[in-house]
Design a protein. Structure first.
Length: 677
């Protein structure tokens, strides 16, 4: 799975990218857990997660329509009646193909010399297509083949075809255009079955009409023969080359009080006693298969009849019950979380008040002995010691807590807006003037409220695109500079940090050390200070697609000191630390971090401009005041499952351009497509 963690952390001068188009509505989210007794068919194209994947449908081959095999057209009229009695074979060909069908044809010399007599009668009227098919079948019985070559019929003996050079083709699809007279060699790559299995069936069905050569190493067949026979063989291969389990029904069952291997063995014994042929091995060639998967402690049953699958599930439910034995050991393989963290919650629950047994009111109730839960870190498994009923109650708690952790992609844009003397309100004035449709509650600095400059307010927008539209307008006028646009992916409840900058050495203390027979030395203590663009976030995702964010955004830089106290540089820092509550995909603007810079310049004629009194006549003095405001745009995107991760990745690919959209990507929910040459 390709997951984007961060990007564009360096200073930019371009416009702010548009919001990510995740299109979550077109890809509904489904639960990762399936019912343990769901009966399903492998022919279904899709199904809820947890079902057995459906084998891919094989590619359908296109077959060649031999001469005379055209299906009757709806516009043809049945008005031809055939009645031949002891007609010579060459005359029969002339009457049918020349007089009745008016076809363009040629007759081989060997066929023209035949003296066979033909008797043919039809009791009902036929269409031209039916006459063509009937004549072809009759000539086939006389050892004569009719082949269409681009609309021209060739009527020749069957053995004449062997005199033409063969045509070699590869793959399963045969062209729709008419085939030439020469025989063909067709190489077929098999997908689901072995070449020896298909070869045995073809030899029994076609005999000497189709020559078959096996290649067991590459699992291919080489067919040779006439086009009609090879086309029929290809249709047969399409039917035979299917996955063995295609059309089978399946069900998954997760045992609670058995291991998968033990329950599979017991089910096999019971069903065998009932008269079913069953095995736990796919290679056993039995109609019913119960497959144990020990790594996740589940079993999958396969059968051709859904009623049999339901019967197996009923038996599994009947067997998977507590035995009443106390003090047993049970294991729970943790799937989605850290077993070390999960066991803390379970121990707190088990360490609380033990449930009381039924008894008279007001009397002391006996309690069950405490259960124990330990962790096997090597396999990320919980080991439970206690009674069956205790484990059953804890198991429901474990399954509720053992869920995939959500994550959040935090997109932050840090921009610096230049303010002129006429725009002392900065972002506040600009956003208010741009309010043409989107709802804006409050945006700007506290200076706009008459409280004074330098305050901080939060602007909340009903549409994610509104603040980006305003900042882009400022950037197009060279009044805004994008300092950074980091993106970071953080797990629910975990902190994440992005830092792009330098570590600047700072002298924190100095002391003089006396040296015998000489001058004293100076001992300095140096610490390194992180500067640049630093983003720290901690998301907490709640139900209802709401997310709480703890955000710390800092933009700092080192400059030469002007205090004269030490040689350490001066660190200019602008930092925002806040906690926010947002909806998935909403944007919040933080502003009000003002900065003022004053600079003086002097130019003029050297030497003369420095003369007291009259020096002002030979120099120009300048003073420049600049005010900037730092604003931060924050947009969180909740990632609940793999589908959301793919949507995030696709959104970034679309933003980067065609080269990224066309780049191959590996995902966990989509199978790789293999194209054969």
């Amino acid at each position: 799975m390709l997951t984007v963690l961060l990007g564009s952390c360096a200073t930019q001068t371009g416009l702010i990218p548009p919001p990510l188009d995740l299109r979550k509505d077109s890809a509904p989210t489904t639960s990762l857990e399936a019912s343990p007794d769901t009966v399903r068919s492998m022919d279904a194209s899709t199904g809820p997660p947890g079902e057995t994947p459906k084998p891919p449908q094989p590619a359908r081959s296109s077959t060649v329509k031999a001469a005379g095999s055209t299906a009757p057209s709806a516009q043809e009229k049945a008005e031809i009646t055939l009645n031949f009695d002891q007609l010579p074979l060459p005359n029969f060909i002339q009457v049918v193909y020349g007089t009745i069908l008016k076809e363009n044809f040629s007759v081989d010399a060997q066929v023209a010399a035949r003296t066979d007599l033909v008797t043919l009668r039809t009791s009902t009227a036929q269409t031209p297509s039916q006459v063509r098919q009937t004549a072809r079948m009759l000539l086939k019985s006389y050892g004569i083949a009719v082949t269409d070559v681009g609309g021209f019929l060739r009527i020749v003996p069957d053995n004449t075809m062997q005199g033409y050079a063969p045509e070699i083709r590869r793959g399963r699809a045969l062209p729709e255009t008419p085939l030439p007279l020469r025989p063909i060699f067709q190489m077929v790559e098999l997908d689901a079955v072995t070449a020896s299995e298909v070869s045995a069936w073809l030899s029994r069905m076609f005999g000497q009409k189709v020559t078959i050569v096996e290649d067991g190493v590459r699992n291919i067949l080489l067919l040779s023969g006439q086009s009609d026979d090879v086309a029929s063989a290809m249709e047969t291969i399409r039917v035979l080359d299917q996955p063995r389990m295609r059309g089978q029904h399946s069900a998954r069952f997760d045992p609670r009080f058995w291991t998968a291997q033990e329950l599979s063995t017991k089910l096999s014994e019971i069903l065998s006693a009932e008269g079913y042929r069953i095995s736990s091995n796919l290679s056993a060639n039995t109609p019913i298969v119960i497959l144990p998967i020990q790594s996740i402690n589940t079993i999958i049953a396969f059968a051709g009849d859904p009623a049999i699958v339901a019967h197996i599930v009923d038996w599994a439910k009947e067997l998977d019950k507590p035995t009443g034995k106390a003090g047993g050991y049970f294991t729970y393989p943790v799937r989605y979380t850290d077993a070390q963290e999960l066991v803390k919650t379970v121990r707190e629950v088990l360490g609380g008040a033990a449930p009381a047994a039924p008894g008279a009111a007001g009397q002391a109730q006996p309690v069950r002995p405490a259960s124990r839960v330990v962790v096997d870190p090597g396999t990320n498994t919980l080991i439970f010691q206690g009674g069956v009923e205790d484990y059953r109650s804890v198991l429901e708690l474990l399954q509720g807590l053992d869920q995939p952790a959500k994550a959040a992609l935090i997109e932050v844009t840090v921009a610096e807006v230049a303010l002129s003397d006429a725009e002392q309100l900065g972002v506040e004035w600009t956003l208010n003037q741009s309010n043409t449709g989107g709802a804006i509650w409050t945006a700007g600095t506290l200076g706009g409220l008459g409280i004074g400059t330098g305050g901080l307010t939060v602007g909340r927008f009903s549409l994610a695109g509104n603040p980006r539209m305003v900042i882009n307008a400022l950037a197009s006028n060279n009044r805004a500079r994008i300092l950074s646009s980091p993106r970071i992916l953080a797990r629910n409840g975990q902190s994440a940090t992005i830092q792009v900058g330098q570590e600047v050495p700072i002298i924190t203390s100095q002391q003089t050390t006396p040296v015998t027979g000489g001058t004293g030395g100076i001992l300095q203590t140096v610490q390194y200070r992180q500067t640049g663009v630093i983003l720290r976030v901690r998301p907490i995702i709640h139900a209802g697609d709401r997310i709480e964010l703890e955000v710390s955004q800092e933009v700092s830089a080192a400059a030469s000191t002007t205090t004269g106290v030490s040689t350490s540089p001066t660190i200019s820092t602008r930092r925002v630390e806040t906690k926010l509550s947002l909806k998935d995909g909403a944007t919040v603007l933080l502003g009000g971090l003002m900065s003022s810079n004053q600079s003086k310049t002097q130019g003029g004629v050297p030497l003369l401009k420095d003369i007291p009194g009259i020096g002002q006549l030979f120099r120009v003095d300048g003073e420049n005041n600049s005010n900037t405001e730092l604003i931060v745009l924050i947009t969180p995107y909740i990632i609940s499952n793999d589908r959301d991760s793919e949507a995030i990745t696709d959104a970034f690919r679309n933003r980067l351009g065609d080269w990224a959209r066309n780049a191959p990507a590996k995902t966990g929910s989509s199978p790789a497509t293999v194209t054969k040459p």
